[in-house]
Ligand binder design. Structure first.
Ligand code: LAN
Length: 737
């Protein structure tokens, strides 16, 4: 599953290279209207791999109303599936763009610069592609967003600014002048969010005095809840939050001052409208541009940081400091080794690398980090970006399998593709626990789980395990001579064990671990731009995926842990119903947004036998969705839904293929076609109309989200979900099996 882009000067024919330039130029021209690359470079690379098709679909001849003819639906599906198969990698997964956030690459570039390895790690071509990317994603007002679709923020602007400067762009560059003007008009770069302050301090263009305390001594607190203070132990935080603040607090306590360079001297002048020496660092601690503020500090936080700030000088010189730093490094090395230096995400990846260097610049650990940086980089026609994870390999593969299988007899034409995907599933299941003792490192069990990306990464996740399990069970029902030998029962039992262990006391499921603390702890979230990062909360997606996986498993292995599974499902369903909103929808936490959440909600209802015929919950969900259907038969939801938590329609008259697919799937799950098939016919027609002649769907607005406020690209969704929805529509409504 590893995805690494390598520069090959000999690659491609002159015509192909001309096509690449054309794609790049097309993107650069359209960047202000269309901020997503369509991964066309990847598609270009895969041209010629297509085994069958293309199948012509004459969308123009679709009847204006009524159901799309069965042969048109079949042709659209064949076209889509044969196209998508051509993008599959040899090992069975689907590579794709997982970019979107704009605050990731700066951390990597700053780390490489301060550790002195920038030029030996990044080739001139890497740098050129990174610069291309950053240039392409500037907003019309000169600033940069938190993510590619976002309005300008200080976090995006100041970090992108310094990154471009490190990558060799001069201060007189027109784009940088505009970015500088944007910052200066808003008081200056010291109004950046706390994570931005951290990176600027590492680079030496912001003072450590201007940061709120991040004491690594937290790691020395007792963990036990009986002590009271144990509730504040970082081991209870959401793993992403814990894993980011671990290395950050290490660096913060060491307060390294890197050698000033002419560039850092220049940046001290460029970033602020006033002389550097006149900045009031104590005041800057809590300054945050209004454009960035999503989760303002509650008063109690300011009091807490103020008090800690007063004792900071004592801690800096204390004996505790040494013990705290040693404890942090112990956990950092553990994380590095257990993820084979991939690390849980893009933020702690580069932070851990920096810590290893601070500990010992010649260390083996630091060297081992370097090749794994490339796992996070991705090239598309908009340039090179740092992705939000080392890819979404397992997640996409598990969905793709279920999508293909939903097409009934058509799936049998794509068994080679399914076989390869099966192989990927088999190879990426986590079969060993992380290093023991798990409790000492606050790790949940992993044996039997599936990760989001690759086995090397290996962090277990509740819904990835569940989607992996469902995909494995789906394949086990097919002809093993065609799709490969099923994964052994023992390994599926291990997976079920993990899924059961994840269920929380209130019946819901969170992401990587159990919920270890209270929601109230969120009041110490200091990030300003991200919401709900401190605790591993329950989610409709995770809960629904676990419910449907356990249901599918029980149907296949009715004897295994029958009583436990029965109880778990009851509690799970009760929880899931309890979080349905009064309007019938569910709020989606990881996709845009109510259409995504409601699809998961409906899938879980259906697994329990709840449908429009017998369940108020299902009826309410359908009423919600139908109320949002658009004139073209589709759905189109804006990412603003995620941050505002209120349904927001996309502008324009074109619906979004991915939202439309989710809504259609949700309605089919709970059997709305038995009440009235017209809205479903219209949705299917809309999907066919949106499809391109190649079988692909266009990359429309961004579909993924995390922590309420930051968006992330799921390039594979535009293929997977329309196939899945049309597949279900074909079998359930048109009755073609
Ligand atoms: C992901 C990606 C996958 C995603 C799903 C499996 C889709 C979801 O159902 C559960 C949550 C999870 C695992 C998830 C959590 C947050 C992640 C890890 C990400 C969105 C990918 C990037 C993001 C991470 C937090 C980015 C770094 C930023 C921080 C605020 C630490």
């Amino acid at each position: 599953g590893r995805q690494v882009w390598v520069w090959d000067p000999q690659a491609g024919t002159p015509e192909e290279r001309a096509r690449v330039e054309e794609l790049r130029a097309k993107f650069a021209e359209s960047r202000l209207e269309q901020k997503h690359s369509a991964d066309e470079l990847l598609r270009l690379q895969c041209e010629g791999r297509r085994k069958v098709g293309p199948f012509s679909v004459d969308a123009a001849r679709l009847p204006a109303s009524g159901p799309p003819p069965a042969d048109t639906v079949a042709a659209a599906l064949r076209n889509a599936m044969s196209f998508y198969e051509s993008l599959q990698a040899d090992d069975g997964h689907w590579p794709g763009d997982y970019g979107g956030p704009m605050f990731l690459m700066p951390g990597m570039v700053i780390t490489l610069y301060t550790t002195g390895v920038l030029d030996s790690v990044l080739s001139p071509q890497h740098k050129a592609e990174m610069v291309r990317y950053l240039r392409n994603h500037q907003n019309a007002d000169g600033g940069y967003g938190l993510h590619i679709e976002g309005t300008s923020t200080m976090f995006g602007t100041a970090l992108t600014y310094v990154t471009l400067r490190i990558l060799g762009v001069g201060p007189d560059d027109e784009q940088l002048e505009a970015a500088r003007a944007w910052m200066h008009a808003r008081s200056g770069a010291h109004w950046i969010t706390s994570w931005g302050k951290f990176w600027l301090a590492v680079l030496g263009v912001y003072s450590w005095e201007g940061l709120n305390p991040m004491p690594p001594e937290m790691w020395l607190l007792p963990y036990s809840a009986w002590t009271g203070i144990g509730w504040l132990h970082p081991g209870r935080f959401w793993c992403h939050c814990r894993m980011v603040y671990l290395p950050m607090s290490y660096v913060y306590r060491r307060r390294p001052t890197f050698k000033a360079t002419p560039l850092t001297e220049a940046l001290r002048q460029e970033l602020y409208p006033m002389p550097y020496s006149e900045i009031d660092w104590n005041k800057a601690r809590n300054a945050c541009a209004k454009e960035d503020l999503y989760y303002p500090h509650p008063l109690i936080q300011d009091v807490l940081w103020w008090s800690l700030y007063q004792v900071e000088p004592l801690l800096l010189g204390s004996r505790l400091r040494k013990a705290a730093l040693a404890e942090c490094m112990k956990h950092i090395h553990y994380e590095d080794e257990n993820t084979r230096y991939v690390d849980i995400g893009p933020v702690n990846k580069v932070l851990n690398m920096l810590c290893c260097w601070l500990e010992d610049p010649d260390s083996e650990a630091f060297k081992r980090h370097i090749p794994r940086l490339f796992d996070y980089l991705w090239v598309a026609e908009d340039g090179m970006k740092m992705q939000g994870y080392n890819g979404s390999q397992l997640w996409d593969t598990a969905f793709a399998v279920q999508a293909y299988a939903s097409t009934g007899s058509l799936a049998r034409e794509f068994t080679a593709c399914l076989r390869a995907a099966h192989d990927y599933l088999e190879k990426s299941q986590v079969v060993e626990e992380a290093q023991q003792p798990l409790e000492e490192y606050y790790r949940h069990i992993s044996k039997g789980a599936w990760p989001f990306s690759t086995r090397d990464h290996g962090w277990p996740i509740s819904d990835c395990s569940s989607e992996g399990l469902k995909a494995a069970l789906t394949l086990a029902q097919m002809d093993s001579k065609l799709v490969g030998t099923p994964i052994s029962a023992g390994r599926l039992f291990d997976c079920v064990n993990v899924i059961l262990s994840y269920q929380n006391g209130d019946g819901g499921w969170a992401t990587y671990e159990n919920k270890r603390s209270f929601e109230l702890l969120e009041i110490i979230n200091p990030s300003e731009t991200f919401g709900e990062i401190v605790v591993d909360y329950n989610h409709v997606e995770c809960s629904s995926a676990c419910i449907t996986a356990l249901t599918a498993f029980r149907a296949r292995y009715p004897e295994h842990r029958a009583e436990e599974i029965g109880k778990s499902l009851k509690r799970g369903l009760k929880y899931l119903k309890s979080i349905q909103r009064p309007d019938g929808s569910w709020y989606g936490n990881w996709g845009v947004c109510f259409t995504y959440g409601t699809w998961f909600g409906c899938t879980a209802l259906a697994a329990a036998g709840d449908g429009v015929a017998n369940s108020q919950h299902a009826k309410a969900a359908c009423a919600f969705l139908l109320g949002k259907q658009r004139a073209d038969g589709g759905w189109g939801e804006s990412y603003l839904s995620c941050q505002d938590k209120v349904y927001s329609q996309l502008e324009g008259d074109k619906s979004h293929a991915v939202n439309t697919a989710w809504a259609l799937l949700a309605l089919l799950e709970v059997g709305y076609h038995e009440v009235d098939r017209k809205p479903l016919d219209a949705a299917a027609r809309c999907l066919i109309q949106l499809q391109e002649a190649s079988g692909d769907w266009p990359q429309q607005h961004i579909s993924g989200v995390f922590n309420r406020n930051c968006m992330i690209t799921y390039a594979n969704y535009r293929n997977i979900f329309p196939i899945w929805a049309l597949g279900e529509y074909r079998t359930k409504v048109l009755g073609q099996h």
